[in-house]
Design a binder for this molecule. Structure first.
Ligand code: GLT
Ligand code: MN
Ligand code: MN
Length: 388
């Protein structure tokens, strides 16, 4: 029996808004009493989490007086010191207040856009003060219900201007901070701009400081769009842009469910963990999810422990898959090459192109080979089902 105790090197983190979720939904009010940020840190310490992340207003209510702010910060810092829980990431709430009803950085109203920048600069200062090295941008309200209401080209330009301004702000302040952009296709807006991780990756390349900006993909958000999350994360990793990740789960075609990691689709969770571990992903593994509305705070702890434990079990399964002789012999066979085509790959030359055009291929012979993918996938299922 393996040890599935979370360790600091696993970098398992939760947002204050995740374990602090009081179970409100569009059809009903809270089912759990709110806990203070300091108490939530203690809960995270108890279950063995490494870090806690927050939106500015998860920690400091928007209308807090300076003395209330000082008292909250003092308690929060004490809870961090007592538990050893750290703050790797922070973000801004640019969606709850009515002023953001039509977006923040993409609003048609210049006063809203300016206020969003001001609020974000203040929130960055707060995050950095508490140790954050990653700053997440999730533009939940940056979208439309009707495209009569906002010019989509202006929206992209406004988003770019805001990101460029805030990169310069962090540089000006000499903060050791990187930005991670989080996509979502819809909810709370009818449609949200830069709706997938792929859109975000393309957008980042148009910024003044692309080296400071990466992505924060979330399982649920790509699944809402019907996409293969593992492929999106792989693309981000391959381009050096996976700065952070939001782990949770979600049935395809549903509203944003934010379920416990692995709660719905264990097989895609397995390939995700395998991808992260095989490629030595080293940033936070953030569980952006919340407990079912049926739970009390003991259930919230069950939820948090479950996220981490499932990750560690899948990590062990990935190592087992990598060490399985039959699986590896199929992997080796399907990737094998006799070297005869090597001459055509790599850098282009006219001579190479001409030689390749003259090469004869026996299409039927090549296509006639069975690929053993049925066997390979069944072996994967058997590793996951615990019978190998
Ligand atoms: C909100 C959203 C999440 C984002 C958070 C960061 S807030 O809960 O659903 O996916 O990561 O702003
Ligand atoms: Mn979500
Ligand atoms: Mn998220």
């Amino acid at each position: 029996m393996s040890d599935y105790t979370p360790k600091p090197e696993n970098k398992f983190t939760f947002g204050l808004w995740t374990v602090g979720n009081i179970g409100r939904d569009p059809f009903g009010g809270p089912v759990r009493d709110a806990k203070s940020p300091a108490d939530l840190v203690r809960l995270l310490g108890e279950v063995g989490a490494y870090g806690v992340n927050f939106h500015d207003n998860d920690l400091i209510p928007i209308d807090a007086t300076p003395s209330e702010r000082d008292a909250i910060l003092k308690d929060f810092k004490k809870a961090l010191a007592d538990t050893g829980v750290v703050v790797p990431m922070a973000t801004t709430n640019l969606f709850s207040e009515a002023i953001f009803k039509d977006g923040a950085f993409t609003s048609n109203d210049s006063k809203v856009r300016a206020y969003a920048l001001q609020k974000t600069m203040n929130a960055i200062d707060l995050g950095v003060e508490l140790g954050a090295k990653i700053y997440v941008f999730w533009g939940g309200r940056e979208g439309t219900e009707s495209d009569a209401t906002k010019d989509p080209i202006s929206a992209i330009k406004r988003s770019r201007e805001a990101m460029n301004f805030l990169c310069e702000y962090a540089l000006d302040k000499k903060y050791d901070l990187k930005f991670a952009l989080e996509a979502k296709p819809n909810e709370p807006r009818g449609d949200i701009y830069n709706s997938t991780t792929g859109h975000m990756l393309a957008f980042i390349n148009t910024l003044d400081h692309p080296e400071m900006v990466g992505v924060n993909p979330e399982v649920a958000h790509e699944h809402m769009a019907g996409l293969n999350f593992v492929h999106g994360v792989a693309q981000a990793m391959e381009s050096g842009k996976l700065f952070h990740i939001d782990l949770n789960d979600q049935a395809f075609g549903r509203y944003d469910q934010d379920f416990r990691f692995g709660a719905v689709n264990l097989k895609s969770a397995f390939f995700l963990v395998k991808l992260l571990e095989d490629n030595k992903y080293d940033a936070s593994r953030h569980f952006d999810a919340h407990a079912y509305r049926t739970e009390d705070y003991e259930g919230v702890k069950d939820f948090a422990r479950g996220c981490m434990r499932t990750y560690l079990i899948l990590k062990e399964k990935a190592a087992q898959w990598n060490a399985d002789k039959e699986i590896q012999s199929i992997v080796a066979e399907i990737n094998a090459s006799d070297g005869s085509m090597d001459q055509y790959f790599g850098k282009y030359s006219t001579a190479k192109a001409n030689a390749l055009k003259a090469q004869a291929f026996d299409r039927n012979a090549i296509a006639g080979r069975g690929l053993k993918y049925e066997r390979l996938d069944q072996l994967t299922n058997e590793v996951l089902l615990g019978v190998r």
